[in-house]
Every structure is written in C-alpha cells, then in structure tokens.
Ligand binder design. Structure first.
Ligand code: FE2
Length: 377
C-alpha cells in the first residue's frame, strides 16, 4: 500500500535504488491477547476490521486479527499454545512490532538482492495461493528480532493474504483519519546505530537523509543520537536511535532495558487533520504526552504563522515545528504497553519533511517526567 508522497523529494535523489519499494504493506505486532488488542485498536485508534486467521480458518498455533485504516494495516497475532516462537518473543519483549512488511513488485528479486548484499534470511521466497490469486513473500532480519517481509501481491485480489478470512464483526467504530505510516523508528543498542545505518544503506539501498546528535537531542539529563534512513522514493523512512551519554538513564536506555533488546520504538501515522484526529483519540481514551503550557506562549514566535488556531493545539497538547519547506504538527501517545516501550506518533505535514527537531527538548523533558513517575530515570 503506497504512501501519500506527492512528488519525489530532492533529498532522495542520490539513493541507489536497487530495491524499489512501493510502501508499507502491513505491520505485524506480536501481542499477548490479539482479540483484545484488535478491540483496542478499533476503539481507541479507529481501525476497521479486515481479516482473521486462527482456529476458524484451520490455523492451530496462532490467531491473528487484521485491522485497517486507509493505507495502514496492522496484524495482531497471539500464540494458541505454550513453547511457541511467538510466545517466547512475548515473554522476552512484551507486545511489540515483529514484522515490517514492505510492498514490492518482485519479492524474489528483493530477497535475492538483500541476501547477496549480506542480509540474514528469515523466509525464503514462498508462494501462497487461494481462489483469488497468489502472493509471494520473503523475509530478512533487521535489528533486534524485527524482520522485514517483502510482499508481492500484484496477482492477488483477496481481502489480505491467503489463509485469512474476511473478518466482519458487528462492532465497527468510526475511523479517525489516520492515513498511512509516515515513519517507523527503531531503538538499537549503544554503539549499534551506524551498523544499522550501514545495513539499510548497503543491504536495502536506503540513503541517510537526516542525522541528530546529542547536541540536538539532549536535556540536562539524557541524550540520544539518531539517523534517518529512507528508501529511493522516500515512502519508507526509518529513523534509528541509539542512547548517548547523559547524567541519567535515557528514554532509549529505558526502552532497551524493558524491551530486552533493540526494537520498534514508535510508529508515526499521518493525518490531514490532526486536531480532529487527536480530539477523537482523546475522547476514546488514548493518553498523550503533555508539554508545559509555557510551550505555547512562545510557539508562534518560534514557528511563525500557522493555519491552525493556537487554542485547540494548546488544549490538546499538539506540537509544531518548522523547517525550510513548511511546518508540521505532531503529538506522541504514552506507551501502549505495560512496559514503557512502543508508542505512536500522530503527525500532520504541511510542507515540512523533517521530524520535529525543534520539539525534541520540550518533548524529552515531558518523557523524563514520565520516566521519573515510573522510577526509571
Ligand atoms: Fe517520529
């Protein structure tokens, strides 16, 4: 499924695009209770029911619910018995992203190119078929236990993938305007950022488009380093964070400790009306990080004129940042798991293609207040 990237941005022109990717196909989360997780993502995030796989489709070892909103598909998977690979993943990490599936025209070619360039195989090219056509999938390992699965679906016309039945429950709360995955951030171990930057460069043909160091992203206590990798057409953007030296434990350290390794830190999803989207999410019980009210006292001095009224932004806690090309509005949920690990970002871009650097300090101080309340700072 493609992203809403209008034209090819200049910053991506240097990319050696031996690995064309059309967009994010789906994200599969391993969760401890797929039935309840599906209910949560429907109720709180406005996802719509799409497909099901499990006992009722003849699958005996796992159950998956697939939910969709515009171009975003989440697969929520739980094991049906002990001693499973999924169960061990959950035991180690808690709920989290296992698969970032990338939509390609040729999953065999993508796999062979990646393997030739040094990737570790997760799944050799495999044809799956049903009465509506065939899908070819293949997969490679990324950081931690995260995998990328290449999905070739040009000859497929079914609901989601072979093996899945249409899921049509009566309960279908309204969507809230989430459109596509804007970027997906990984936290990797201290000293490993450049290793994974090189991986995306050499194995996947991505280009580094932005870099932040501890001078950009630091507070009195904590710091992190980040580099943003993007594929040739810019539809896939993977910022990679590693902890940097600080006086106390950084939010990346906290993540790595509780996730017990590298993994997906946040999924940023785009909307074209962040005020409506965040209002709906708040009404549905989603909790967001809050910055102090003083952030808004100086906001317009910092970012200049914006289309939105200041009041609803202040009321909802939405952040704004500007770069050379325009501005963006963004807000971050609190972690969606008992462990302080994965969270979501809601982002609305108005020309800006950056990531909200001007908000980092205010944001990190807000995260630190949360860490303090958890006793992990
Ligand atoms: Fe982000």
């Amino acid at each position: 499924m493609s992203n809403a990237t209008a034209s090819m941005p200049k910053i991506f022109e240097g990319a050696a695009d031996f690995m064309p990717i059309n967009g994010t196909d789906y994200l599969e989360l391993y969760v401890s209770n797929s039935l309840q997780a599906a209910h949560y993502y429907q109720t709180a995030f406005g996802f719509q029911p799409l497909a099901y796989s499990g006992l009722k489709t003849g699958v005996r070892d796992r159950e998956s619910y697939v939910v969709v909103q515009d171009k975003i598909r989440l697969v929520l998977t739980s094991p049906l018995n002990s001693n499973s690979e999924i169960g061990m993943h959950l035991d180690r990490h808690g709920d989290g992203v296992k698969v970032t599936a990338l939509w390609v025209d040729d999953a065999t070619y993508a796999y062979e190119e990646a393997i030739k360039r040094g990737a570790t195989s997760f799944m050799t090219p495999t044809v799956e078929e049903d009465e509506t056509g065939k899908v070819v999938r293949s997969g490679i390992y990324s950081y931690g236990e995260v995998v990328h699965i290449f999905v070739e679906r040009k000859d497929y016309h079914g609901t989601f993938l072979p093996g899945y039945a249409k899921w049509e429950p009566e309960y279908q709360p309204a969507a809230i305007g989430l459109q596509y995955v804007d970027h997906m951030v990984g936290n990797v171990e201290l000293g490993k950022m450049n290793y994974w930057v090189d991986f995306y460069k050499n194995v996947m043909g991505f280009t580094q488009i932005v870099s932040f160091d501890d001078k950009d992203i630091s507070t009195d206590y904590t710091a992190l380093m980040s580099k943003v990798m993007a594929n040739g057409n810019g539809r896939i953007k993977f910022p990679i964070n590693e902890p940097a030296e600080g006086l106390k434990k950084s939010q990346i350290d906290e993540y790595l400790e509780f996730y017990e390794g590298a993994g997906v830190q946040h999924i940023a999803v785009a909307t074209d009306n962040i005020i409506e989207t965040v209002t709906a999410m708040r009404n549905r019980g989603v909790e967001f990080l809050r910055v102090p009210g003083t952030y808004y006292d100086v906001l317009l001095d910092r970012v200049g004129e914006i289309d939105e009224d200041l009041e609803p932004l202040r009321e909802l806690g939405i952040l704004v940042d500007r770069d050379d090309e325009g501005y963006l509005l963004q807000i971050f949920t609190k972690p969606v798991n008992p462990r302080p690990t994965m969270f979501f970002e809601i982002i609305q871009r108005k020309g800006a293609r950056s990531f909200g650097k001007g908000n980092f300090k205010a944001l990190f101080e807000a995260i630190e207040r949360e860490q303090e309340s958890r006793g992990t700072l």
